[in-house]
Design a protein around this ligand. Structure first.
Ligand code: NDP
Length: 253
């Protein structure tokens, strides 16, 4: 039997990039899947069709993570369509690179509202349904740990916030054996951070494994944490695929 047979997973921002790779991997591992999207309707429907062809249930829910009621409603829709929710993957996120001193408030608000507030909203709603033994896995960033170049101060702050939220919530949910963990992808070749994009020259010199990772490599780490065997791992942050060199983390401002 596949390790996640009978489980129901909700992946926010699951139509493309890292979220899509996670949705596919969890489906391969046996889970039924709900994804949310904001703009990528066609990609969402194509992914749903691909997962259904694998014999799993799949639904796509349009919901802007920055809008309170829409974000909360994704959980109700998941329960209604899949019959429950066992695994929540907080993946949706945005990055607006800019010097903070001149960054427009709109970009600051979007990063806070999608990367942090949206995660809190969906997680709180999900906790009404996730049974004992469930899983909450958030996608952080190595930028939540060290900030090796200019222009991502607010983004880094949002990802640090998820790290401490993960630790705090792990404490709260331990008695229910719901594990709460975070995966920090290294630089992953997606629309947000293309391997041939503007951020690449600043990123590559700081890596231990000197290449961009693939979305699938993040999905593998998430699947490990979602699986029954990881039931005694909680409050943990897992640097997937690529770690910033440790000496750099120590020296980072
Ligand atoms: P992409 O830009 O490729 O995808 C972003 C995803 O987030 C899309 O599915 C998008 O949905 C969704 N999203 C954005 N805004 C909203 C919103 N308002 N409401 C709902 N969904 C939204 O990024 P990645 O796949 O690279 O990033 C996924 C996660 O991984 C993010 O949290 C990111 O911070 C993190 N990460 C990425 C790294 C990288 O190098 N790529 C490194 C470290 C962390 P839609 O298209 O429908 O708008």
């Amino acid at each position: 039997t596949p390790p996640l047979a009978g489980k129901r997973a909700l992946v926010t921002g699951g139509a493309r990039g890292i979220g899509a790779a996670i949705a596919l991997k969890l489906a391969e591992d046996g889970a039924d899947i709900a994804i949310t999207y904001e703009k990528s309707a066609e990609k969402a429907e194509a992914l749903v069709a691909e997962i259904r062809a694998m014999g799993r249930k799949a639904i796509a829910i349009r919901a802007d993570a920055a809008r309170t009621e829409a974000a909360r409603a994704t959980v109700e829709q998941t329960i209604a369509e899949l019959g429950g929710l066992d695994i929540l993957i907080n993946n949706a996120g945005v990055l607006f690179a800019s010097d903070f001193s001149t960054q427009p408030l709109e970009e600051i608000d979007l990063q806070l509202n999608i990367n942090v507030r949206g995660v809190l909203l969906v997680t709180q709603e999900a906790l009404k349904h996730i049974p004992n033994g469930g899983r909450i896995i958030s996608i952080g960033s190595n930028a939540g740990l060290a900030v090796p170049f200019v222009g991502i101060a607010v983004y880094a702050a949002t990802k640090s916030a998820l790290e401490s939220f993960t630790r705090g919530l792990a404490r709260e949910l331990g008695s229910r054996e719901i594990t709460v963990n975070l995966v920090r992808p290294g630089p992953i070749d997606t629309d947000m951070n293309p391997a041939d994009g503007a951020l690449a020259p600043a990123i590559l010199p700081n890596l231990s494994i000197v290449r961009y990772g693939k979305a699938r490599e993040v999905a593998e780490a998430v699947a490990f944490l979602a699986a029954p065997g990881a039931g005694y791992i909680t409050g943990w942050a897992f640097s997937s695929t690529v770690a910033l060199a440790l000496e750099h983390v120590g020296a980072a401002p």
